[in-house]
Design a protein around this ligand. Structure first.
Ligand code: ZN
Ligand code: ZN
Ligand code: ZN
Length: 371
């Protein structure tokens, strides 16, 4: 058995303990981050065909697999995990019924296709079904040493690309052109990575936190937000920098940048085990509000990062969940002035025993000028 297999066995044992505590008989997962976490298997392009990993309360697990995917799954199934193939003529319903027979309570992949869940409810009307995230969320939220190493490696790729990304912002170029070059730059630096996402938001578009990169041409004086991330061996990076194309046309740009920077430092200073997530959010938010921009910080301060770009823990008002060593999340305050510009700065923070340990770190305290 390989080192990776042992890692999956350990994770399955922890899942079994969580199921026991949560009172569920099985967790049913379809291709996605959770299935990858427990097996290293991903995609398979099963789509409307049910491909599932069923983890039982005793720690054993088995697979329901479209016959056409059987060999792909067998590469990842542990030696003691049965694989139950089904053919298109048979349909997956008998295999699904077998998997939950005799069970009272099943946790089901939150992100699976609704049709699988509806079929499960019909096939096993007596079974109580709940969200898998309620059982598995606490497992993935703390990263182990190997996961942290993968995340640092992904973080280095985006960190090292920042100077190039900023230099791409020149007057006359469209957001889409910059975006295409940014993607190439990321892959050049790390050919084994995939580009997970990119956002190029220039001038007034920067006031929309999730702007869709478009055809606007950059003008001298624009403030530009660049938000991008990669994925390598399942784990993500995520970074946001803000720069100006020449001297910023808006006289408030430097000041706003400074306020966001300071808010980010306050939030990072608040990070340590035991501190509720919402206090990290509050540290950033109070600073921005005190500077008079409270109404223009229109999203949470951060989100967990790992096998997914947005996962637990969420750094948001109302989240009393205490930080624990090994958690990893973004700290990305922003100020968005409608019709004018936006500033967002994002780093990825890890929780260490005595405070914060940055997973990646563009530490630029003054608005960078390019072009
Ligand atoms: Zn986002
Ligand atoms: Zn981001
Ligand atoms: Zn983010």
């Amino acid at each position: 058995m390989s080192g990776e297999d042992h890692q999956y066995e350990r994770r399955l044992k922890r899942a079994a303990a969580a199921m026991d505590k949560g009172g569920v008989d099985a967790v049913l997962l379809t291709p996605g981050a959770d299935m990858f976490y427990f097996s290293g298997f991903e995609h398979g392009h099963a789509m409307k065909r049910l491909l599932a990993l069923a983890i039982r309360r005793d720690g054993t697990a088995g697979w329901i697999v479209p016959a056409m995917n059987e060999s792909q799954v067998r590469e990842h199934a542990l030696p003691d995990q049965p694989v139950r193939p089904w053919s298109d003529a048979e349909t997956y319903l008998p295999a699904l019924r077998e998997a939950v027979s005799g069970m009272k309570s099943v946790a089901f992949d939150d992100e699976a296709r609704a049709a699988f869940l509806l079929d499960l409810l019909e096939a096993a009307p007596g079974v109580r079904v709940r969200k898998a995230s309620g059982i598995l969320g606490p497992l993935r939220v703390r990263k182990d040493a190997a996961e942290l190493e993968l995340m640092r490696a992904a973080g280095r790729t985006v960190d090292e690309t920042i100077p190039e990304a900023i230099a791409l912002c020149r007057p006359g170029r469209t957001e889409a052109e910059i975006d295409a070059d940014l993607r190439k730059a990321l892959l050049r630096r790390s050919p084994e990575s995939q580009v997970a996402f990119t956002i190029v938001a220039s001038g007034p578009n920067g006031a929309l936190p999730h702007h869709d990169t478009g055809s606007r041409r950059l003008e001298r004086g624009d403030v530009v937000i660049l938000d991008f991330g990669t994925r390598r061996e399942g784990y993500h990076s995520d970074i946001t920098v803000t720069c100006a194309v020449g001297e910023p046309a808006d006289p408030e740009a430097r000041k706003v940048y400074r306020v966001v920077w300071e808010a980010q430092q306050k939030a990072l200073d608040a990070v340590r085990p035991g501190v509720p997530c919402e206090e990290v959010d509050r540290a950033a938010r109070d600073h921005i509000a005190a500077a008079g921009y409270g109404d223009y910080f229109i999203h949470r301060t951060g989100h967990g990062l790992g096998l997914q770009v947005h996962e637990e823990p969420f750094i948001v008002g109302g989240n009393r969940q205490p930080l624990e060593e090994g958690m990893v999340f973004s700290v990305e305050p922003g100020i968005y002035l409608p019709g004018r510009f936006g500033v967002r700065l994002e780093v990825i923070a890890g929780v260490a025993a005595d405070g914060v340990s940055l997973i990646n770190a563009p530490r630029v305290s003054e608005l960078p000028i390019t072009g």
